[in-house]
Structures are given as C-alpha cells and as structure tokens.
Design a protein around this ligand. Structure first.
Ligand SMILES: [Zn+2]
Ligand SMILES: [Zn+2]
Length: 133
C-alpha cells in the first residue's frame, strides 16, 4: 500500500511530505549511520529524491554535509529535529521514529522488513526479521 505521509519537526516550522512507497524499510546497522546520527542503529524508510517534498519552512532547514561520509543530514534550525538524511545513493532516508511521532503510529506498510549491514552491528537484535550483512 502506498500513501502520502505528512511529517514535521517538533516545533512545527518545517514540514515534509512523502509520497508513494519507500524503496527500503528496515533497520540499518552500518557504521556510517551510527556516525552521522549518533544512534546504535538507524530504523529507516528510504525514498527516491522526488518522493520527498518540503511543504513548509524550507528556508529554516539546515543541511549538514558530513566531512568524510557521502551523507547529509537535514534538520530544522529552530528545534534541531532531523527531517531526513541522505545516503551514498542520495536516497532520502527518513527515520521510523519521526514517522511514528508525527502520525501517532508507524503504518504497517512502512514497518521494517529486515535488518541490513547486520555484520556491523554493535549488539544483537532478537526478533524474527531477516538479517543481512
Ligand atoms: Zn523545528
Ligand atoms: Zn546505515
């Protein structure tokens, strides 16, 4: 199932809309995600660039290009919420946490299907999802 998903930062200044179905949805255990976002792993939905539109507050968005990774993170200057990051393929990576916060629940069609880069994990996850390196 594909839909439109309207998300916003915690102060409400900036908003984005995701359209369609994500390319990928899962838990990423790669080192780059950890370094970029300071998280133990990154629970993501990943979208093509044209599937993400800024619908409000574009002038208040701060785009941080990591100095050594081919990744950017885009956040609200006013509250710090990261609205998306990019990966080396320039996909738009939106955290499941942001979606859950904005919509009140993570829709079934956006829930994780697998773990990837699992060989780079910092701890084991005991769930029934497929684990890929
Ligand atoms: Zn904000
Ligand atoms: Zn990753």
């Amino acid at each position: 199932m594909a839909g439109n998903y309207d998300l916003h930062c915690s102060c409400g200044t900036a908003a984005i809309r995701l359209e369609g179905a994500p390319r990928v949805r899962g838990h990423c255990h790669c080192r780059a995600c950890r370094v970029l976002l300071d998280v133990p792993f990154h629970s993501v939905t990943a979208w093509n660039p044209e599937q993400l539109a800024v619908t409000r507050g574009g002038e208040r968005l701060l785009s941080f290009q990591h100095p050594s990774l081919s990744m950017k993170k885009v956040s609200c200057r006013d509250c710090g919420t990261v609205l998306w990051n990019t990966n080396a393929m320039d996909w738009r990576v939106v955290s499941q946490r942001l979606i859950e916060t904005c919509l009140g629940a993570l829709p079934g069609e956006l829930q994780a299907l697998s773990h990837f880069h699992y060989g780079s994990r910092i701890f084991d996850i005991a769930d029934g999802l497929p684990k890929r390196d």
